[in-house]
Design a protein around this ligand. Structure first.
Ligand code: IVH
Length: 673
């Protein structure tokens, strides 16, 4: 190819790449695969490398993000970037119309263009000769920050506007200068993905998509912005291209190559239609790919809009009709620390349960120590919590005027609340970490054990669900299992309303438990099912067991020295005592073992071997235990009886050798009477 041919090829490639950008970001369509598009971009990149003099600022290759800046330059907005008055009730919208009508000539007929109010941040884009020249944040409305390099990385923003279908006069106007305003935002899926990456990189997670978008735009290094998937929705065509209505300006914006939501917004001839749109959008807003906090109602006629002017910092001709804030106030009853998959310690506020946007909330994340300091949140504080689409809500503000003076400051623990290892904070990181690599695994295993068949036996609460609960900071330890609600579970993957309700029911049922199962569930080292039964029969209540000394335990016939030491250590550890107290506080009722009449089996040690004529081995063991006997698994000199069925094997031989009495099932049943 000669240089002229290369130039032509480059131009064609740019047009083609921009066409697919438009399809994807404006029309939500895809004609060729990502791989094919990447291949076109690659070819363009190669050609531009060979002929750098052919690079232009609107080339798609210029999106990757250039050199980091030292600071953002200030930009003065030609026209102030206004904000909107908020309304929550239809009555307020009707009052808004009445107010406006009073300011307008009697014959004015008002109609509206209603659009989605995306929760992101506002930017202004200025194009010169059709090419993106400058982009700025809103700032204080008058002066914003120049974030052009960062905005260039966003594919939904055209680097060059499309003027093909426009008249000469419009082309001329656009060439002079075009200003478009709109919202930078992050889609829900991209937000989740970014937080996963943040977690993997041991970086703090973003509280909500708005913060993530704002944080990504205010990066001095455009390469960081380029790595975040940001989107753009245009809502205002500042330049006069002859548009008569707000609806028309949205159509023009889309023809110029911006996404302006014409498939989602709605022309409304009157306020009744606006109200209908508001409630329809409310129904589908959870299934939209991005977060919206309301709709924006614009008087459609541009002239009327202009005539109404501005009051304070908001135009009279538009209003935000918001959805009830997903916020509520409640009291922080405690702050506990959870250990995540990466070992990061996340402080979580345990709240007095409160209804927020249709579900009961009992926990809110506090993210990290810096966030606690920023909010100055203390145990006992009344706080505002907010659901921002995450499973677990955030604390957004402390109502410090409601303090009584009894509130307690929170201090990050110096040892891990799960495994007791040292807690570390690496330089430059906000999170604290447990220094034990296996900590999260230990925590998981403890919970798996706690809910297992021989322990609390909570049906439906399998490892996959436990993993999700841990990852979403919904449980820190087993005591939290008894406080979550169906609405905590429903947003988790693989969860329907029904299965959430089933688990809640199973949890409720499991609250009544025998002492032996309770002891076994605690997961004390060396305490299996049998030892748990021995301990239950001996001490009869958990508080007596808690108080038992090493000597008390060592004296018990069935308990050896190592086991006694392990039990005694467990109950000397304050964290375990606190856990038991929390479990009892959650309404767990422990059943004392029944007082049994003495039988010939009481206190005797039995081993069952071979196939018994009527009972299974497990049934025989249960009967032995119920009669006060001990069912052991191996024969030793201290075994009193071996019950032998068919094909008894080595245990039978050993019993014969040791001179242990061998009896049949029938003889056993007689002994148990
Ligand atoms: S019109 C006159 N339309 O909401 C002010 N704003 O609460 C121009 N926003 O600063 C705003 N979606 O960042 C308008 N469809 C929409 C919007 C929208 C989101 C944001 C925008 C503005 C804020 C005001």
């Amino acid at each position: 190819m000669n240089k002229q041919q290369v130039k032509e090829r480059i131009e064609k490639l740019r047009q083609e790449i921009n066409h697919h950008r438009y399809l994807y970001h404006v029309l939500d369509k895809q004609e060729i695969s990502d791989a094919a598009l990447d291949s076109l971009k690659h070819e363009l990149d190669e050609l531009e490398r060979k002929f750098p003099e052919l690079i232009t600022p609107d080339s798609p290759t210029q999106r990757v993000g250039g050199k980091p800046l030292d600071e953002f330059k200030k930009v003065q907005h030609k026209l102030p970037m206004l904000s909107l008055t908020d309304a929550f009730l239809f009555k307020e919208i009707q009052e808004w119309e009445t107010r406006n009508k009073k300011l307008l000539p009697l014959e004015t007929k008002l109609d509206y263009y209603a659009e989605l109010k995306i929760d992101g941040l506002a930017v202004a884009l200025i194009y010169k000769k059709g090419i993106l020249w400058k982009g700025a944040t809103r700032g204080d409305g008058k002066i914003g920050e120049d974030v052009t390099e960062n905005l260039k990385t966003i594919e939904a923003i055209p680097l060059r506007v499309n003027l093909e279908n426009f008249s000469q006069s419009i082309q001329k106007k656009v060439a002079e200068e075009l200003e478009v305003r709109g919202e930078i935002f992050m889609k829900k899926a991209d937000f989740d993905q970014l937080n996963e990456i943040q977690e993997k990189n041991k970086q703090p997670k973003f509280a909500n998509p708005r913060n993530a978008a704002a944080g990504s735009i205010r990066q001095l290094d455009p390469k960081i912005t380029a790595s975040r998937k940001l989107s753009f929705m245009a809502y205002s065509l500042v330049t006069d291209l002859g548009q008569k209505t707000h609806q028309e300006s949205h159509e023009l914006l889309e023809a110029l190559g911006f996404r302006a939501g014409t498939n989602l917004n709605q022309y409304c001839p009157d306020l009744q239609a606006v109200e209908k749109y508001h409630s329809e959008v409310n129904k589908k807003r959870n299934s939209l790919p991005f977060w919206i906090d309301g709709i924006v109602i614009n008087i459609n006629d541009q002239q009327t809009f202009g005539r109404l002017g501005v009051v304070g910092k908001a135009p009279r001709g538009a209003i935000a009709y918001k959805y009830p804030a997903e916020q509520a106030t409640t009291v922080v009853e405690d702050i506990q620390v959870q250990v995540g998959r990466t070992g990061a310690l996340t402080p979580v506020a345990h709240l007095k349960p409160v209804r927020v946007a249709g579900s009961t909330v009992a926990r809110a994340t506090l993210h990290n120590e810096d966030e606690i300091k920023r909010l100055d949140v203390r145990i006992g504080d009344t706080v505002i919590i907010q659901k921002a689409g995450d499973i677990i809500p955030d604390v957004v503000k402390v109502l410090s005027k409601l303090r009584t003076g009894k509130e307690k400051k929170f201090k990050m623990p110096v040892t891990c609340p799960i495994c007791g290892s040292k807690v570390i904070r690496r330089t430059g990181e906000v999170a604290y970490y447990c220094s034990n690599k296996n900590c999260f695994a230990i925590q998981k295993e403890k919970i798996y054990h706690f809910v297992s068949k021989k322990a609390f036996d909570i049906e439906g609460l399998g490892p996959k669900i436990i993993d999700q609960l841990l990852e979403n900071n919904l449980i820190k330890d087993v005591s939290d299992i008894f406080s979550f609600t169906a609405s905590d579970l429903e947003p988790l993957e693989r969860f329907a309303e029904k299965s959430a309700a089933n688990i809640i029911e199973a949890v409720e049922k499991a609250k009544k438990i025998t002492l032996a199962r309770f002891i076994y569930a605690l997961g004390i080292r060396h305490v299996g099912e049998e030892t748990a039964i021995d301990l239950a029969n001996h001490f009869r209540t958990i508080s007596r067991l808690q108080k038992a000394s090493f000597d008390d335990l060592n004296k018990i016939y069935e308990i050896g020295e190592v086991v006694a030491r392990s039990i005694s250590d467990f109950f000397r550890d304050n964290r375990n005592l606190q856990l038991i107290a929390r479990l009892l506080n959650q309404g767990i009722k422990i059943k004392e073992p029944e007082v049994r009449k003495k039988t010939a089996a009481s206190g005797k040690a039995f081993v069952v071997t071979g196939t018994l004529p009527s009972l299974s081995r497990e049934e025989a063991k249960t009967k032995i235990r119920e009669a006060g006997g001990k069912a052991a698994s191996s024969v030793s000199p201290s075994t009193d009886f071996v019950i032998a069925g068919d094909n008894p094997g080595s245990k039978y031989e050993k019993a014969k050798k040791l001179g242990v009495k061998i009896i049949s099932e029938k003889e056993l049943l007689n002994l148990l009477k």
